[in-house]
Design a protein around this ligand. Structure first.
Ligand SMILES: *Cc1c(COP(=O)(O)O)cnc(C)c1O
Length: 481
């Protein structure tokens, strides 16, 4: 089937589904329809979002949802899991083939869940297993109460080194309010204050001083590539486990844009990711691991996770099959090329970018140059129909709530078909809005970081221009509800 045929056929399925839903709770059917309308009508630049294919979306509305399947392939705590076994095996096989890894675990319900499984597998392998061996027993239930208390104390003494939140790290990489920051003694590495770039010598120095059990690499808002071979060298020097969270850039790894030292899979002990960001699958997570950690990861459910979402695992299999096609490499290459076009579009209009540009799928715009906070820029852009999210910049004077940055990503609009000219235009529209927006300095306190006014006529002009762009590249062409 051609994409057009697929969308037309999918229309029938969606319309029928909505009719069935309408008979029970019409407001849910209405909200679902409205979401498609909104997604179609907005310039989506949220770096962590995408548009999954109709095949991926339709796979999720299935009978597989009704089955309990705690445990792992061929080893379930429930009877009658033969079809779930098929689904999970296929998803894991596609993941192994796609990423070239000996082991893949496709059950995590989200990226955060995947990280919890990874933390747990590292603690189980590096802290619990040696303690059991020392005590000469097979499992924790066989430990004496004394040895159990000692092991619990050891769990509490472990250290994690990850990228700081304001440099672009994720809150699960040891941020104090997050459970990772409570499970582990945590320290973070930042970026060079002059260049905004990762400085591997600083990471190495922090690792030598802190000697973490886990060195976490990966980010949500760093606009550059990472040398994972170097990160592995640093981890090896201090006997740390290298965990890479590629939630944001898994699509660029799958699409062979990041290869060699930039591909985390051959270098890390454990790799986690979401499946719904640049990878363009259903909402979910997965874990890739070397054989050393695989056994513990495989016990993710029920030790860390609730029962698997079999319908979502099925959709992961479909999305991973899509990502193994040559078209996906074209898509991933275009994501990175478009980020370049977007960055160039900003720079030639004198906007300020953290690190001065990008070489992945996102740019981080420093909006303090427009006299605005991230919060003001985000809401001014939203009023003009441009959907972005505010984000801290390194050493952000406005903190993590108001911020001084706007994060913009290209995966979603690249799926719609945007190319160089469209992203240049997007930069022009954003600069148009921000340069015509002023902070309300008459207000005081927190309001002064929130309120702002955009000059009259700008929003209408930008909305009309973006509607023109969006009309040229319809979302799910042929799909009519
Ligand atoms: C998005 C993200 C996550 C969390 O993913 P969820 O599916 O929302 O739980 C974890 N780590 C990184 C680096 C991310 O960017």
């Amino acid at each position: 089937m051609t994409p057009q045929n697929i969308a037309e056929t999918a229309s029938v399925a969606y319309r029928s589904a909505l009719e069935v839903i309408e008979s029970v709770e019409p407001r849910i059917a209405a909200a679902t329809r409205a979401e498609l309308t909104d997604q179609r009508a907005s310039l989506k630049l949220i770096a962590s979002e995408n548009y999954a294919s109709p095949a991926v979306l339709l796979t999720m509305s299935s009978f597989l949802s009704d089955k309990y399947a705690e445990g792992t392939i061929g080893h379930r705590f429930y009877a009658g899991c033969q079809n779930v076994d098929t689904v999970e095996s296929l998803a894991a096989e596609h993941a192994r083939e796609l990423f070239g890894t000996p082991y893949a675990y496709v059950q995590p319900h989200s990226g955060i869940d995947a990280n919890l499984v990874a933390f747990w597998s590292i603690l189980a392998t590096r802290v619990e297993a040696p303690a059991l061996a020392e005590a000469g027993v097979k499992g924790v239930n066989d430990l004496s109460e004394d040895d159990w208390e000692k092991l619990r104390a050891r769990f509490g003494q472990q250290r994690m080194l990850g990228m700081s939140l304001d440099a672009g790290g994720h809150l699960t990489h040891g941020f104090r309010p997050n459970i990772s920051g409570k499970m582990f003694h945590q320290r973070s590495y930042g970026t060079d204050p002059e260049t905004g770039l990762l400085d591997y010598d600083r990471v190495a120095a922090a690792a030598r001083e802190f000697t973490p059990l886990i060195l976490v690499a990966g980010y949500s808002a760093y606009p550059r590539r990472v040398d994972f071979a170097k990160m592995r060298e640093i981890a090896d020097e201090v006997d740390a486990t290298l965990m890479v969270d590629m939630a944001h850039f898994a699509g660029l790894v799958a699409g062979k844009v990041f290869t060699g030292d930039e591909d985390p899979v051959p270098h890390a002990h454990v790799v986690t990711t979401t499946t719904h960001k640049s990878l363009r699958g259903p909402r979910g997570g997965l874990v890739l691991a070397t054989s050393e950690y695989a056994e513990a990861v495989d016990k993710g459910c029920p030790m860390v996770l609730g029962g698997p979402l079999s319908h979502v695992m099925a959709a992961k299999a479909v999305a991973l099959a899509e990502a193994r096609r040559p078209e996906f490499q074209t898509y991933a290459t275009q994501i990175a090329a478009n980020a370049q076009s977007l960055a160039e579009g900003f720079l030639k209009r004198d906007a300020v970018l953290v690190t001065g540009g990008t070489d992945n799928h996102l740019v981080l715009l420093d909006v303090s140059a427009f006299g605005l906070t991230g919060r003001q820029a985000e809401s001014a852009l939203l009023d003009a129909g441009v959907v972005t999210n505010r984000n801290s910049i390194p050493q952000d004077p406005n903190g993590a709530w108001y911020t001084s940055g706007i994060r913009l990503g290209t995966p979603a609009l690249t799926t719609r078909g945007f190319g160089h000219d469209e992203f240049d235009r997007v930069a022009e529209l954003i600069v148009d809005v921000l340069s015509q927006t002023t902070a309300d300095t008459a207000t005081s306190g927190a309001s002064s970081k929130v309120k702002c006014t955009t000059a009259e006529g700008v929003n209408d002009r930008v909305r009309a221009a973006s509607a023109e762009l969006l009309d040229k590249f319809p979302l799910y062409p042929g799909l009519e509800l």
